[in-house]
Design a protein around this ligand. Structure first.
Ligand SMILES: [Zn+2]
Length: 237
């Protein structure tokens, strides 16, 4: 990305409320520890997701899973397990189709379909949406905001999907200097996420879900409905 585009993107991001677009969390932590959000895309996967959940549970670590609708249909028990173990579930479209070949109306239908599925499986409404590859058009962006969805991007990408062995995980961890507010992008349809989390667990880090940051910035009311989203989910059924 050119320096000018990068500058425009940062200015745009800084100007918007976090409930519209999140590329990282707050740099100031509420505790002594640095706060990091671990995010896991493209699952659930029958082999890698359970292993990752075990590692997260052992360390008492919470994460945010951006699930693909089709995968939730194949592995509904895993979706329930993710939710029951206290992690957050976000929307990553129904088919993860290539953004450049997916018109806005189809993209938005996929978001609605996936959101309905997550709601049916977990009883919870989903407020976070991560577009495949982080790519959106203005129509898709406006459509997501109309559905009161927070566009959830990231600022740290170790490219775990391209790592072929654990030494590459080590190399990334050696070079990574965590800062409060980091949103780390990992993939639970690949085998490296569990190893990365295992080695990332440290006393000076606290792992939060993305909604924990959002709730701090924009507290929700008692019913959990900041926006009239529940009604909208009911309407599309
Ligand atoms: Zn993805």
């Amino acid at each position: 990305m050119s320096a000018l585009r990068q500058l425009l993107k940062s200015a745009f991001t800084a100007a918007l409320p976090q409930s519209w677009l999140m590329t990282r969390g707050p740099r100031a932590s509420v505790t002594e520890q640095k706060e990091i959000a671990l995010t896991f895309d493209d699952g659930p996967h029958p082999e890698h997701t359970p292993r990752l959940l075990d590692v997260l549970a052992e360390g008492g670590v919470k994460g945010t899973f951006f699930v693909i609708g089709e995968q939730t249909l194949r592995h509904p028990k895993l979706v329930r397990r993710i939710a029951e173990e206290g992690h957050e579930i976000g929307n990553h479209t129904w088919t993860h189709s290539e953004p450049s070949r997916t018109p806005a109306n189809r993209f938005l239908e996929e978001v609605t379909q996936t959101r309905r599925m997550i709601h049916n499986l977990t009883g919870r409404d989903c407020r976070l949406m991560r577009p495949p590859k982080g790519v959106l058009t203005i129509h898709k962006t406006l459509g997501l905001w109309r559905q009161q969805q927070t566009i959830a991007l990231w600022n740290k990408d170790p490219k775990d999907f391209a790592m072929t062995d654990e030494t590459q995980v080590h190399r990334w961890l050696e070079s990574y200097r965590p800062r409060s507010g980091d949103i780390v992008l990992l993939h639970d349809n690949h085998p490296r996420a569990a190893g990365a989390v295992e080695r990332l667990k440290r006393d000076d880090l606290r792992f939060v879900t993305m909604s924990e940051w959002l709730d701090r910035a924009h507290p929700r009311n008692e019913t959990g409905a900041e926006h009239p989203v529940k009604q909208e989910v009911a309407d599309v059924r």
